[in-house]
Write a protein that binds this ligand. Structure first.
Ligand code: NAP
Ligand code: F7E
Length: 334
């Protein structure tokens, strides 16, 4: 039996599918939303296959009730306020959910004596922050946001509960991973969704922030397999999960436009920079400082060789293929 927090998120939904294929009984918590369709929007197709209840990482009684009634073998803590930029606006809330949420779960596991429950924590490459690439398990954390700080608190809680109480608790230090199910306020989904809307005539152009940030982007359905593999090991551990390839936001835009049948070129500098269509010379992309962050993580480039050795896991879908999957999905939708 598996209990997933954040089951309605990008990763939670893929993980639920993955575990169902492995014959798990899958349970999860969902949050109440004033628009009922949003509550289970990414898991509607799993209706009747997974069991969900209202719950929240801020509501310890809901977590305790679920864990005591389900008696899961594995808990995957995937839920989070996962948007880095938004953590600059709601730092306390972000910390409560992302830092204290996992601590609450670890406390419940610690005091639950009837069964040894294995625990997975969704840690993040964002914790490396300013540290120079490539980043691996020995790279120091130099956070650049409250999101990263909250994830470091959770990371250290996992290590502490493992050492102090012998809990089988692991951190997956996942680098960015995307998919057609990615939330549309993240840069990759925003880009492909906007390009598809340009192509179908719904919009003329779109605005972005820092085009020079570099990320190690992988494919989400592959990353949930690594989560499961980590809990199947005799020994819990903390592992980097990444593709080992890094590209800029600018490259992502160029590639996605190319797949949609456009060639773009860049003109101007700084806030005045624009991406124009080579054929029509119309502006398709411009800069809006609203999307800049007070502090930025410039380059993430993961080295996942430890995960390959311990789990036998390796990223299969690299940058070009990922952009293609996401762009083609949006073009079909529009
Ligand atoms: P996501 O799509 O934003 O999903 C997050 C899920 O958490 C959503 O289902 C959300 O519920 C739920 N949630 C938020 N606050 C909650 C709360 N207080 N109580 C219970 N549930 C709550 O994120 P994701 O991309 O799947 O990422 C999954 C996890 O991995 C997150 O912890 C994220 O921080 C971490 N991570 C992600 C990446 C990445 O590149 N995707 C990389 C490293 C780490 P609603 O459905 O109601 O919104
Ligand atoms: O930004 C730049 C932005 O919001 C990527 C989360 O899953 O991965 C994710 O965090 C880059 C940043 O992801 C826009 O400044 C430019 O440099 O897609 P993002 P993220 O911040 O890397 C980590 C590993 C997580 O753990 C998080 O949960 O793109 N960027 N223009 C923009 N970003 C956004 N969102 N919107 C823009 O318009």
């Amino acid at each position: 039996k598996a209990f997933i927090t954040g089951i309605n998120g990008q990763d939670g939904s893929y993980l639920a599918e993955y575990l169902l294929e492995k014959d798990y009984d899958v349970y999860g918590i969902v949050r109440r939303n004033s628009v009922a369709e949003h509550q289970e929007s990414r898991i509607n197709h799993l209706d009747g296959l997974v069991t969900t209840e209202y719950g929240d990482l801020l509501d310890v009684s809901s977590l305790e009730r679920m864990i005591r009634t389900i008696k899961p073998d594995e808990i995957y803590n995937i839920a989070a306020q996962s948007h880095v930029k938004i953590s600059f606006q709601i730092p306390e809330y972000t910390s409560d959910v992302n830092a204290l949420g996992p601590l609450r779960l670890l406390e419940i596991i610690r005091h639950y004596k009837r069964k040894k429950i294995k625990f997975y924590q969704a840690s993040s490459s964002e914790m490396f922050g300013k540290s120079k690439p490539p980043q691996n398990e020995s790279t120091i954390f130099q956070p650049r946001s409250v999101y990263a700080i909250s994830k470091i608190f959770a990371f250290n809680s996992v290590v502490h509960y493992r050492e102090a109480y012998g809990i089988h608790a692991s951190n997956g230090i996942l680098f960015n991973h995307e998919s057609p199910r990615r939330g549309n306020s993240f840069v990759t989904k925003k880009i492909v969704e906007s390009i598809a809307q340009i192509k179908s005539g719904k919009i003329k152009s779109f605005k972005l922030g820092n085009l020079d940030a570099e990320r190690d982007w992988g494919y989400a359905p592959e990353y949930v397999e690594a989560m499961w593999l980590m809990l199947q090991q005799e020994e819990p551990s903390d592992l980097v999960i990444a593709t080992g390839e890094t590209h800029s936001v600018r490259e992502f835009i160029e590639r996605a436009f190319k797949i949609a049948g456009y060639k773009i070129y860049w003109e101007g500098n700084g806030l005045d920079e624009v991406g124009k269509c080579s054929e029509s010379n119309e502006v398709l992309v411009s800069i809006d400082p609203y999307y800049f962050r007070p502090t930025e993580v410039d380059t993430l480039h993961g080295n996942a060789s430890k995960a390959e050795k311990i789990l036998g896991w390796k990223a299969k879908t690299k940058f070009n293929e990922l952009v293609k999957i996401m762009m083609e999905f949006e073009l079909k939708k529009n």
